[in-house]
Design a protein around this ligand. Structure first.
Ligand SMILES: [Cu+2]
Length: 287
């Protein structure tokens, strides 16, 4: 889930001093700016990616919440992280459904009474029951609520317009959020499945980058190469923690196994990636 602060960061260009805006407007550009109609294709392809992930999220959430309602703690624990991956992949555009992002993916810290707060719902409420209390007791309604929210999200996104600046800005903001807050391990503090989420976030941000890459390459080929290398670096670091190098579904080691030094090593390239991606909007003429 995103905080207001992180969304503000995507609009940070508004804070540029007047002089630099004038410079931006008057600076001669070597190439023609990206034509707005050129963005239509990548945005449409991205929507297909989101809808595909939502279809999988609906199916997986059904299995996850069924296990909870059947009282099968172990099965529900196993399904927790692989289900979330589909949500984490579409998190760059969570701004477009902020209310559902809160009820599906908020952390206890977002609520005054923390874990006891009746408004604390969704994945992380269930995570607390499963991994902290080791039970599904009392979780029937929370499981149903999550399923209802995910179905609601799936039908709502069908009719949503995706503004290109939200899509491109969202990729940068999400990488910034990973580096700034998620690397601390706050997201999955009870299940310790944070690396699954990171991979989902990186997948989702990279999808956006790949779709807009041909347009970005026309403007700045070096930029594109650098961002690709950064993505590769981050994915290599994550790969070190895969349980089975040949089977992506096997998932990742517990985040407890990731030393503080390695957490910092992960945060480094993610931060660079976030900084680079934050200039992609401007490169595509979307500011
Ligand atoms: Cu999340």
């Amino acid at each position: 889930m995103k905080t207001t602060r992180q969304w503000m960061a995507t609009g940070a260009v508004a804070l540029l001093p007047f002089a630099s805006i004038t410079a931006l407007l008057t600076a001669p550009t070597a190439q023609a700016a990206v034509a707005p109609e050129a963005l239509v294709g990548p945005v449409a392809d991205y929507k297909l990616y989101v809808l595909d992930n939502l279809t999988q999220l609906v199916g997986q959430t059904q299995a996850f919440t069924d296990a909870i309602q059947a009282g099968d703690v172990e099965k529900a624990k196993t399904l927790y992280a692989p289900t979330r991956v589909y949500y984490e992949r579409i998190e760059p555009i969570a701004e477009l459904f902020a209310d559902l992002d809160a009820s599906i993916d908020a952390r206890e810290d977002d609520y005054e009474k923390g874990v006891e707060d009746p408004n604390f719902t969704g994945f992380h409420r269930l995570e607390y029951a499963l991994f902290h209390d080791d039970t599904t007791e009392g979780m029937d309604d929370y499981a149903q609520g999550l399923m209802d929210d995910v179905n609601d999200l799936d039908s709502r996104v069908q009719g949503l317009t995706f503004p290109p600046e939200t899509v491109v800005g969202g990729a940068a903001a999400l990488m910034e959020e990973v580096a700034a807050t998620k690397v601390s391990g706050e997201e999955d503090r009870y299940s310790r499945t944070d690396l699954w989420d990171f991979q989902g976030n990186v997948d989702g941000a990279r999808e956006i980058f790949e779709l807009f890459k041909p347009l970005a390459a026309q403007e700045d080929a070096n930029f594109v190469e650098r961002v690709q290398d950064n993505f590769d670096d981050v994915e290599e670091t994550l790969a070190d923690y895969r349980l089975d190098a040949d089977d992506p579904d096997a998932g990742f080691e517990s985040y407890d196994e990731v030393s503080d030094a390695d957490r910092r090593a992960l945060a480094g390239p993610v931060t660079v990636l976030a900084e680079d991606l934050s200039t992609l909007r401007g490169l595509l003429g979307l500011n």
